[in-house]
Design a protein around this ligand. Structure first.
Ligand code: GDP
Length: 299
């Protein structure tokens, strides 16, 4: 029986499973609730996507919440999986686990080689502990649990929070509102930072593959390893949303890390022919979904 946590979220909703849970079904930060849930449903495989996530602003301003919620959810889900005999588990880390000062490209072996970037260190440390827990459980209990590190994921069902969301959903939402109001679009920072974006449906396919075929103790990076500047990203979003106003760059808002290029060599070795959705195509699908579902989006 395959269980997906975070089943109503962007990645969880794109994965095929027997049972999906969202925050309304089970509070994963509450041990009694998690334990009772696993006892009742007896999953044999788990893809753990649930997390408290946010973009650069949310991560900077709610560090306590990001740390507590994530470390509790991870600890509880992995421990409940162990206690209730789950055979295989895939847990999601994030590229912000990587050290701020480290040689590029980022690869799986570099996670703990220095402190993470200060803007999201609380979230990053909570996620790093998920890696530690999995390695410890593998060593002590011989469990086949693994973790994966996707780069910036975007897609339908994302959290389209205007202030605290990630760059793609925040900008889609703000660009849509600016178009409707006939206003200009405010974009944060300089536009020069580079990010690697990956479509949620690609991540869903890759995490199902990891559940079935990936067994190493070291995490595996899910990335196209193609960098796109924030400026190029905004121009694509503006075009796809038929936005006719001007872009206003807010230099008092943070750029965050300039770039965080990743090395997808390990994944490419396992899946040399995997076809990633091109950024423009993925954004097109995401924006079509957004316009069709507005205002009933998560925000
Ligand atoms: P990060 O990859 O962890 O830094 O997370 P984000 O998804 O928040 O991406 C942040 C990058 O996008 C930074 O360079 C921001 O300056 C830039 N950016 C531009 N406009 C926005 C926006 O409206 N929201 C967010 N979150 N970032 C923005």
């Amino acid at each position: 029986m395959r269980l997906v946590t975070g089943g109503t979220g962007m990645v969880g909703s794109a994965i095929q499973a027997d049972l999906k849970i969202g925050s309304k079904d089970c509070d994963l930060s509450n041990w009694a609730a998690v334990s009772a849930f696993f006892k009742e449903h007896q999953p044999t495989e788990v893809i753990h996507c649930a997390a408290k996530v946010g973009g650069i602003w949310g991560n900077m301003h709610y560090k306590g919440d990001f740390f507590r919620e994530n470390i509790l959810m991870n600890t509880h889900v992995i421990e409940a999986a162990r206690l209730h005999g789950v055979k295989k588990l895939v847990a999601f880390l994030s590229t912000c686990v990587f050290p701020d000062q480290v040689s590029y490209p980022l690869s799986e072996s570099k996670i703990h080689q220095g402190p993470p970037h200060a803007s999201n260190d609380a979230y990053a440390y909570a996620k790093r502990m998920c890696d530690i827990q999995i390695r410890a459980y593998r060593e002590q209990y011989g469990l086949q649990y693994v973790s994966v590190i996707p780069t910036n994921i975007y897609g339908p069902n994302d959290l389209f929070d205007l202030e605290n969301g990630h760059v793609v959903p925040s900008l889609i939402h703000r660009c849509f509102l600016a178009r409707e109001a006939g206003k200009n679009l405010e974009v944060w920072g300089s536009g020069s930072p580079l990010r690697e974006f990956i479509f949620s449906e690609d991540v869903a396919q890759l995490s199902t593959w990891a559940l079935e075929h990936y067994h190493e103790s070291e995490p595996i990076i899910f990335s196209t390893s193609e960098e796109t500047s924030i400026k190029t990203l905004v121009e694509m979003i503006a075009e796809l949303l038929r936005f006719k106003g001007k872009l206003i760059w807010l230099s008092d808002k943070p750029d965050g890390q300039h770039r965080k290029p990743s090395d997808n060599a390990k994944l490419a070795k396992y899946l040399p022919n995997f076809e990633y959705t091109a950024l423009y195509e993925g954004l097109k699908k995401t924006i079509e979904w957004f316009e069709a579902n507005y205002p009933n989006i998560r925000k």
